[in-house]
Design a protein around this ligand. Structure first.
Ligand SMILES: NC(=O)c1ccc[n+]([C@@H]2O[C@H](COP(=O)([O-])OP(=O)(O)OC[C@H]3O[C@@H](n4cnc5c(N)ncnc54)[C@H](O)[C@@H]3O)[C@@H](O)[C@H]2O)c1
Ligand SMILES: N[C@H](C(=O)O)[C@H](O)COP(=O)(O)O
Length: 333
């Protein structure tokens, strides 16, 4: 089986177009598995970027009716979209935000309709999309909505560390109210099922962080652990899940405790992701669990400060592609 992978390079003024060109030119070095990589992008943007980088890029029109074919070195298949205005590296342009959203929506539809076996996303700029009048908090939430999924889970993985989030792109002041028993139960069940079925971990062990410092210190530093987290974990333990915690996050993220877990569930974005990125920035992968299709992504943002300088590292994109291919192959077994 040759998996068909939709690839959205993301914000056109960021490093995404350079990463696309690098990805096309790193296929041989990766000793990779076969995959048909289909970039949903503006062919002129990709060709101009390749010229600027002085790298070859052969763009092959994607034919969804033809049998899946491996991607030759120096090439990408392309499903064309048109930018509203020429992109300038490092300079956001609100006029091009609809282009970004169109590529994401089309990729999601293609996955839902099984034209693609998986989706790999490059970085988007959340701010410029909102400035264009499109409410947008992240790919994760957009794909959940496109798929009609009530709940999905963001998990980032680097080496043997996996960190999932109970809440994603939420202002910190709203986090406590969002940590409900219902949400926690849904998140933990999705995480458990994905670790078992997608990552083939027989009896997954999940370490759960508390919300408050010292996991609430017995109620003296907050009550969410006593009122919400512990009762939810007890209910799920009664169903046979292996759950550790709630432990203080600064205890759970230490080597002896991590050795007892296959994944850590953090209560909010900046409780979990700084640890993960300290360990693995540059080769970590963001995976959306609970969608009806496979979606992986890079661990970094649009890096506007280096866009156009030919300095962007494509390690995380390569890792995201490898992970998507592996998950697609496993699903096909
Ligand atoms: N996957 C995504 O779509 C994604 C992920 C994170 C952040 N973002 C968005 O990106 C925008 C900018 O975010 P930020 O500035 O906080 O983070 P960033 O990851 O864009 O940049 C942080 C630092 O890391 C560097 N960097 C990032 N990726 C790099 C790469 N591949 N190679 C070399 N250096 C790299 C940047 O130059 C910068 O110094 C925000 O709008 C944010 O929401 C998107
Ligand atoms: N939270 C992610 C990170 O910090 O890497 C990032 O914003 C991307 O999230 P989406 O895949 O939902 O856009």
């Amino acid at each position: 089986m040759i998996p068909r992978i939709a690839f959205t390079p993301g914000e056109p003024a960021g490093i995404g177009p350079e990463l696309a060109v690098r990805l096309a030119n790193s296929r041989a070095a990766d000793r990779r598995r076969a995959a048909q990589i289909v970039a949903l992008s503006d062919p002129d943007l990709l060709a101009d970027t390749a010229d600027r980088m002085n790298l070859p890029l052969n763009l092959i029109p994607f034919d969804p009716h033809a049998p899946a074919a491996d991607t030759p070195d120096g090439s990408l298949f392309v499903q064309p979209f048109r930018l509203a205005e020429t992109a300038v590296p490092g300079r956001l342009n609100v006029a091009n935000a609809p282009f970004v959203i169109d590529t994401l929506q089309s990729a999601a539809r293609g996955c839902l309709q099984r034209r693609f076996d998986a989706l790999v996303t490059g970085p988007v700029h959340k701010g410029i999309i909102n400035e264009a009048g499109v409410p947008f908090s992240g790919h994760t939430e957009l794909f959940a909505e496109a798929a009609g999924a009530e709940r999905v889970v963001m998990m980032l993985a680097a080496d043997e560390l996996r960190v999932a989030l109970a809440t994603t792109h939420l202002p910190l002041k709203d986090v406590s109210a969002a940590i409900t028993g219902e949400r926690l139960q849904q998140v933990i069940l999705i995480l458990h099922q994905s670790l078992r079925d997608q990552f083939r971990i027989g009896a997954p062990r999940i370490g759960v962080c508390g919300l408050n410092p010292h996991a609430g210190e017995g109620g003296h530093l907050g009550r969410e652990e006593i009122d919400v987290i512990e009762p939810t974990l007890d209910r799920l333990r009664a169903q046979g899940l292996h759950l550790l915690g709630p432990l203080p996050a600064d205890t759970l993220f230490t080597p002896p405790q991590l050795a007892r877990c296959d994944a850590v569930l953090a209560m909010y974005h900046d409780q979990g992701l700084p640890v993960l990125k300290f360990k693995g920035f540059g080769h970590a992968v963001n995976i959306t669990l609970g969608l009806p299709f496979i979606r992986t992504s890079v661990d970094h943002g649009t890096a506007l400060n280096i866009a156009g300088r030919n300095e962007a590292d494509c390690g995380s994109l390569r890792a995201a592609l490898a992970q998507a291919v592996q998950l697609a192959e496993l699903r096909a077994l």
